[in-house]
Design a protein around this ligand. Sequence first.
Ligand code: 4AD
Ligand code: MG
Length: 429
Amino acid sequence: MRYYVEDLAKHVGEKVDLKGWAYQTRSSGKVKFLELRDGTGIVPCIFFKGECDEEALTAFESLSQECSVKVSGVVRKHPKHENVFEIGAQTLEIIGKSENYPISPKDHGTDFLMENRHLWIRSKKQVATLRVRAEIVKAIRDFFDGRGFTLTDAPIFTPSACEGTSNLFETKYFDEKMYLSQSGQLYMEATAAAMGKVYCFGPTFRAEKSKTRRHLIEFWMVEPEVAFNDMYDNMDLAEQFVEYVVQRTLKNKAEELRVLERDITKLAPIKGPFPRMHYNEAAQLIAKENPEFKIGDDFGATDETIVSSKFDKPVFVHHYPAAIKAFYMKEDPKDPGYAMGCDLLATEGYGEIIGGGQREDNLAILEKKITEHGLREEDFRWYNDLRRYGSFPHSGFGLGLERTVGWICGLPHVRETIAFPRLYGRSYP
Ligand code: 4AD
Ligand code: MG
């Protein structure tokens, strides 16, 4: 039988074998302590002369940080703390040596930690973050799967640019020029016509040539698309979705958020309805505090923070000037010059986590936009077909997974929200 640290409560009084890594060791007089980490948790193993065999005491002397070990002993309840267990160790076997493990409890610089990311992920906070990420992924799937959406994943290789040409990752598809997908949206618009409510969830790529705390080169995005939803329905969906993801993570990953020292009182109020404002209203708020901002500009990180700092819930900004938005956004016939796009800005300065809106469903207007944006008509033939054969109003959005994980975990930078981040200037390990 395999025993794991997370199951020890079920085995009090029994003798168990545990396999894992030496997290920390210390000795005081006749007692020696090994904190054993097995990936499911950390448990103190207590070596007491007389209780354990002589070889165990000898082996203990050659333990070093992160060497792999097997410990046998009896599971005991901690003398003082409820629900805390320890092992009265009897034997110790070293499985794999670890000499001069590079990451010690002292402070290391970020570059050093990133260079050793493959080892850094063993640390408590990194483990907690990756567990929260996995919970968020599950919550995302459960939300959509539980509401009649069908997962229809989009291709990674794509001939058509969705989000502008400036940060496209160009590659080869045999002899053809091809791009890595910036977004699965265009394909979801096609599957939405087949299945009504669809989503894709996978990696997307943008050659962002800037180092910021919220841009990755490869990031994961979940993109629902719903036939016959307008921009307002789209905001309702995004609001229910974000509330669900945050509240479920709070409920299921309380211990991890504690390890991360997340102030969860800031997440508790993340429940709909979220405030909504027209671009012009947000722009006026920004102009008051940022003299460099001109009405009509897109928002930078500081501008988003100016808007979101007014609320303890995420805030939607809708009706951006059409000129600063993607070619596929529908201009509001009732509000000319403004696109029916809606972005969601997270609390506490985490910025835009969702971008989305209502899509242009008029063929003539769309064709004009494609040309105006300098895109090649022939790459969008299939896309325009969706307007030729039973065009339908439809809306959707994309939520960036890493930004959401960073926000929920309260992290200063997206680099810690994915096991092996791809950043501008870093693609190792
Ligand atoms: O606002 P964006 O560019 O929207 C789209 O791609 C739409 N086609 C989505 C849709 O409507 N189906 O990106 C959506 C979200 C952003 O709000 C942000 O959370 C995240 O994707 N994102 C990034 N995350 C990390 N690194 C980057 N470089 C990102 N670029 C966008
Ligand atoms: Mg955006």
